[in-house]
Design a binder for this molecule. Structure first.
Ligand SMILES: [Zn+2]
Length: 145
């Protein structure tokens, strides 16, 4: 059932959105792997850090996350995205500052600033897990509802 939904969604999206789809798939893979160390625990949220230059569209990623996690144990997990601004270091005046994604110039002295310190991140910052209650059997029953 969820496989059909996934295929239909993939067929309907452009190649542009395939970028987010493959990112969502690798996040699911990484989170599933990490959560495997906590048997019975339920992932409630996944927090991402995404640089402003990583070319990820958050809305698209949220949509793809919903499609990818549908019918899996991660279906109820929230995806929380934190966009990190672009930060450069200016070799001319030594300042490290945030800049816009359009202009790669030092905001203080105007020199071209090409030493990128932040902005291309695409990483999982943390995974929030609901610890299973001491009575694990009850927690598992709740999950099937
Ligand atoms: Zn400068």
């Amino acid at each position: 059932m969820s496989q059909i939904t996934r295929r239909e969604a993939a067929a309907g999206v452009s190649s542009r959105a395939m970028h987010e789809l493959s990112i969502a798939a690798s996040i699911v893979e990484a989170v599933t792997e990490a959560a495997a160390g906590y048997p019975g625990a339920r992932v409630s949220a996944v927090r991402l850090r995404i640089g402003a230059l990583s070319a990820v569209i958050e809305d698209s990623l949220q949509f793809c996350w919903g499609v990818t996690t549908e019918g899996t144990p991660l279906a109820s997990a929230r995806l929380e995205v934190r966009i990190l601004p672009v930060v450069v270091h200016c070799a001319t005046c030594g300042v490290t500052a945030e800049i816009g994604v359009q202009s790669f110039h030092c905001p203080r002295c105007g020199a071209p600033a090409l030493d990128l310190r932040q902005g291309r991140e695409l990483e999982i910052e943390s995974i929030e897990i609901d610890d299973p209650e001491p009575a694990t059997a009850h927690a598992q029953e709740k999950q099937t509802l």
